[in-house]
Ligand binder design. Structure first.
Ligand SMILES: Cc1cc2nc3c(=O)[nH]c(=O)nc-3n(C[C@H](O)[C@H](O)[C@H](O)COP(=O)(O)O)c2cc1C
Length: 443
């Protein structure tokens, strides 16, 4: 029996996701805004037959604590995802192109239109990551003081996804006929206006671009709260999982896939990609050395700052080598429920601030080892039903990416657990996801 093929996505961050990576001698300073660099990276990922190049985003930048954020900023300087992915699309042929657009701040029409255009330009490789946003900096760019409550954001997200999908069905696949002789560009009976009045959106109109190659661009989601999982079970086709232990990951996997039948969906129509962060070396010691070197490049106050962000609390005044007082845990979270819960548990276990700040990885599975050890782990994880593949926040460039493409992937290919060529023309085809029929044509 042929083995299940591992799905791979790269979580792109110009110099890598390790906070010290940008200071390494081989890191290219200023890559954040260098489109040639993005394109080179995407082409290299294509050499490794990666399924997806993914850009995370928030429509905001930080306005406080800049003396700390300057040590390794995130979301302070980077290209807007759709713009960057569009440029990448014209230089690549196979890799899926995923980007984030927030349902809390963008209108369904804009989202539908931009991703449909990207799907046309990339000839069927676009994917939209549905997020509700999780910081008040974003809220303040859009006229609010704070983010709306988590539950309300998810209600809005659910409605937004429905409206976006309606826009994507504005035109039936064969609506545009371009009949020169009879002066008919499109068949008016194959146009279906969107007429929606809900709690958050009121629209009447349609999309001004033909139905795109994938019908609907692929829908990604990363919500891990209950509301997030329900939204994913109903609408998502790729989900970024959070949970570093095998038991927790398997529970998440079974829970999420189990919810899908309630929405009349088959569980193979959703790929769960687990966060996996591996530092790879020629020997175990080499990997450990690389990791410790990168860690030495991260000022401790920066690590604490990242923790403050995910716990939604102030911790900078605390002693580093003592447990974090329990009363520093806020009574509830409004940003990322799962990160909040994970950090709260570490505090409750009595870990010191330094321990948590230097090791917490947002639920990603962390590993340091040889290419063979990494390949072994990936196979076991997928075979055990903990995920369909991985979302890899590359720690550093070009090192970590080269390690995957040149060392890990050939091992997986040899064992039959990774593809040896792209099998389809679109992202949907490569992932084995059905192309959604136009709801009107189907009727
Ligand atoms: C791999 C990955 C990528 C994500 N990308 C984004 C992003 O680009 N923008 C964003 O606001 N949130 C992003 N998130 C956060 C999720 O949208 C979500 O808030 C988080 O997983 C917590 O889930 P919850 O909001 O349901 O509690 C990402 C999460 C993961 C695991």
């Amino acid at each position: 029996m042929s083995k299940k093929k591992i799905v791979l996505s790269c979580l792109f961050q110009a110099n890598g996701y390790h906070k010290g990576a940008w200071r390494m001698p081989q890191a290219q300073a200023g890559a954040d805004t260098d489109i040639d660099y993005y394109i080179r990276t995407a082409k290299r990922l294509e050499e490794g037959l990666f399924d997806l190049f993914f850009i995370a985003d928030t429509p905001a930048t930080r306005t406080e604590f800049l003396d700390i954020w300057t040590k390794s900023p995130i979301y302070q300087n980077g290209l807007e995802p759709i713009t960057a992915l569009t440029a990448i699309a014209t230089h690549t042929k196979h890799i899926g192109l995923g980007g984030t657009m927030s349902t809390s701040f963008f209108e369904p029409f804009n989202i539908a239109r931009q991703f449909a255009a990207l799907d046309h330009i990339s000839k069927g490789r676009a994917a939209w990551n549905v997020v509700t946003s999780a910081n008040d900096y974003a809220a303040r760019n859009f006229g609010l003081d704070r983010l709306p409550p988590h539950a309300e954001r998810y209600d809005k997200a659910a409605e937004c996804v429905d409206v976006v999908k309606s826009y994507w069905d504005t035109w039936e696949d064969d609506a545009f006929v371009f009949d020169k002789e009879n002066a008919i560009q499109f068949d008016p009976t194959k146009f279906h206006p969107v007429d929606h009045q809900g709690k958050f959106f009121k629209v009447f109109g349609g999309l001004n671009v033909a139905r795109s190659p994938q019908g609907h661009p692929v829908v990604i989601q990363a919500g891990a709260s209950d509301a997030g999982k329900d939204l994913a079970a109903r609408t998502a086709e790729i989900v970024f999982g959070t949970g570093s232990g095998m038991d927790a990951a398997k529970k998440f996997y079974d829970d999420l896939k189990g919810r899908m039948s309630r929405f009349g969906r088959s569980s193979d129509q959703l790929k769960i990609l687990s966060g996996f962060d591996a530092v790879i070396g020629d020997t175990q010691k080499d990997a450990e050395d690389k990791y410790h070197y990168m860690q030495s490049l991260v000022p401790i106050e920066l690590s604490v700052m990242y923790l403050c962000m995910d716990l939604e609390a102030k911790l900078l005044d605390l002693p580093l080598d003592e447990p974090v007082p329990l009363d520093r845990i806020p009574s509830s979270s409004n940003h990322h429920t799962v990160y909040f819960n994970q950090i709260s548990s570490l505090i409750q276990e009595g870990k010191t601030l330094r321990e948590i700040a230097t090791t917490y990885r947002r639920g990603n599975r962390v590993m340091r080892g040889t290419a063979k050890q990494v390949a072994d782990f990936m196979e076991q994880w997928v075979e055990a039903g903990c995920g369909d593949g991985f979302m890899l926040p590359m720690s550093d460039y070009p090192g970590n990416l080269d390690d995957y493409v040149d060392k890990v992937i050939p091992i997986l290919q040899e064992r039959g657990s990774y593809k040896t060529e792209y099998s389809g023309a679109t992202l949907r085809e490569n992932l084995g996801l059905d192309r959604p029929a136009n709801r009107y044509a189907a009727g």
